[in-house]
Each structure stands twice: as C-alpha cells, then as structure tokens.
Design a protein around this ligand. Structure first.
Ligand SMILES: [Zn+2]
Length: 323
C-alpha cells in the first residue's frame, strides 16, 4: 500500500468515527446530560458515630442508607416511601433547628449523626450489601425508588416540618406523645393500627425472679422501699401503655420502667407469684407516630404512602420543599 493510499484510508476512518462515533457517544451517554435530582447533587455532612469521623455524601445517598437501616427491604413499596418521607422530614427538621440554634458539639460539625439514640439509625451501602447477600442489588433498587419517587417531599403541620418519629410495632393502637414523653404535639396522637398481629415482635414476654426485680430497682431507683410491696398503682394510656408505675414506694415513668427491665415496649401486663414476675409485652418500640408494621399492613391493603403518613400523623400535609 502506498503512502497516499494509507493516508486516504486513515482519512476515511477518521471521517467514519466522526460521523458515527461522536453522535453515538451522545446517544449512549444521554444519562450524563440529564440534570440530576437536587437530592443527588446536594451534599451533606454526616458524623459516622461508630467510626468517629465526618463523611460528606449526597442527601439522596444518606436517605437511602437511612431507609435501608430502618425498614426491611421486603416491605411494601408504599411503606418504604412513607419511611423515606419520614426520614427526609427528620433530616430537614434537624437542619432547620441547627441553623437556628447551632449544631450540638457531638456532631463534630456535621449536619446529622448516625447514633440512633441521638439522630437516626444508618448503615453504609457497603455494609448493607454484605448483609443482604444475593438480594442486594434488587433491595437497593427498591429503596432507591422509594427515595427518588418521593424526592423533596416532607411532612408538615401548620406549615412546619414535623418531628416524624416512628416505631416498629404498635399494640394495635399508637400512643399519644404526651403520655410517653410529656409535651403535646397535636400530630402525635393515638390512632388505631390494625393488622400487626403477625409482626415478629407483636407479643413478647420475660420472666424474672422477684429477687432480680428488686435488685434492678434498688440499683436504679433512689429510696425504693419494698416494705410497701413490689408493684403498686399503675396508670395507663388509652392505648394501654404504662404512663407511670409504682415500684416499692416510688412512682416511676413507664419509659424508665421499660428501660430498667429491658422490655420491648411500655405496653406490659404484669403477673406475679411468690417467686417470679412475668412481663407480657405487646408491641415493639415507643409506640408514638408511625408504626412500621402498621404502615406495611396498610400498604398491603392498598393504601398509598400519603394516606399512610396522614393516618399516623394527625392533621399533616405532604409538601415538596427544596431543602
Ligand atoms: Zn445526632
């Protein structure tokens, strides 16, 4: 092949690449030119409590990882969407409050942390994939959809973002926030929550010796005196949760009682004989706001995420806010 011929072939090749290759690049990669959803470009700082470090990630990624930590991926799509909107509302409420009052020092300058007793449960995508095994991609896609299909939606009451608290399993009825924590949030009031009887922790029980019962109380409750008996007056909420219980001679809050005896909820019936005390517990968690198993039961019956959220948070609206 002559030099001239080689140059012609080369020229034709270049021409072909320009005519076919370049437009093909645009067509194949069209996704790149799509504007990403704001949540997938807005960055937030997350304090990873277990590793004592701050990580920057998109808001969308954080929300996916929170939903993945909070709710089983096997739940109905509408229940997952309700969880996604609750998680986003929580993040937004925290951001507003920190912007106004300053962030707490335990956040090390981050917007939110991963300590479930302080902010929200969270798991990295990587760790979640390990525990999901072969279902990982499928589960992640489902959770991603729940977050992106509700993009920017938050729960408001009188125009303000609510404190979207939730729990695993109710006793068949949710609790008033004032019966559990005091204060009075008009959107956190008791509602019926049927269909949870099959949830894994709907019923649980625990038996301890009277000796152990007294030992725990003596170590944790100041001035407790068992000459008054072991258990006295119990006051209960409409949903059946213990608001206050007298142990020995000291009335203690239901929430403290639950913590001391490591019970799944404050909805406890107590049976006692000469040597033992038996706790019969209904539900799992504090009982306030959305019940996750209740949300899943509603979704199975055809409810969408908006009706689920409006059921568990009284008088709220779901609004789109770019936050
Ligand atoms: Zn926190």
């Amino acid at each position: 092949m002559g030099d001239k011929m080689r140059r012609i072939v080369f020229f034709i090749l270049i021409l072909l690449i320009m005519m076919i290759g370049i437009p093909a690049l645009f067509i194949l990669n069209v996704g790149i030119y799509k504007k990403p959803a704001p949540e997938d470009s807005a960055m937030i700082k997350v304090y990873i409590a277990s590793e004592d470090r701050v990580e920057e990630m998109t808001k969308g990624q954080y929300l996916r990882e929170v939903v993945a930590a909070e709710m089983p991926a096997s739940f109905e799509m509408e229940a997952l969407k309700a969880q996604a909107v609750a998680a986003r509302s929580y993040l937004a409420a925290r951001s507003f409050s920190y912007a106004k009052n300053g962030a707490p020092p335990e956040h090390k300058g981050a917007d939110i942390c991963t300590d479930p007793s302080h902010c929200k449960a969270w798991i990295s995508q990587e760790k979640r994939f390990e525990s999901w095994g072969t279902d990982a991609e499928k589960n992640w896609d489902k959770i991603s959809r729940a977050v992106s299909e509700t993009a920017e939606e938050v729960i408001t009451y009188n125009g303000e973002i609510i404190s979207a608290v939730f729990h695993s399993t109710s006793s068949g009825k949710t609790e008033n926030s004032r019966d559990v924590w005091g204060g009075d949030k008009p959107y956190l009031v008791s509602v019926d929550s049927p269909g949870e009887e099959d949830a894994p922790n709907f019923k649980s029980e625990k038996t301890i010796s009277i000796e152990e019962f007294r030992k725990i109380a003596s170590e944790n409750i100041e001035g407790v005196d068992f000459s008054y008996g072991d258990i006295g007056t119990i006051t209960r909420s409409d949903a059946g949760g213990i608001i206050s219980i007298t142990i020995g001679n000291v009335p203690v809050k239901g929430t403290l009682f639950r913590t001391l005896y490591d019970l799944k909820s404050t909805n406890v019936q107590i049976e006692k004989d000469d040597s033992q005390i038996r706790f019969l517990v209904t539900g799992y968690g504090h009982g306030v706001g959305m019940s996750q198993y209740g949300a899943n039961a509603m979704a199975k019956n055809g409810a969408d995420y908006i009706s689920i959220l409006k059921h568990y948070y009284t008088g709220v609206e779901i609004t789109k806010q770019n936050i």
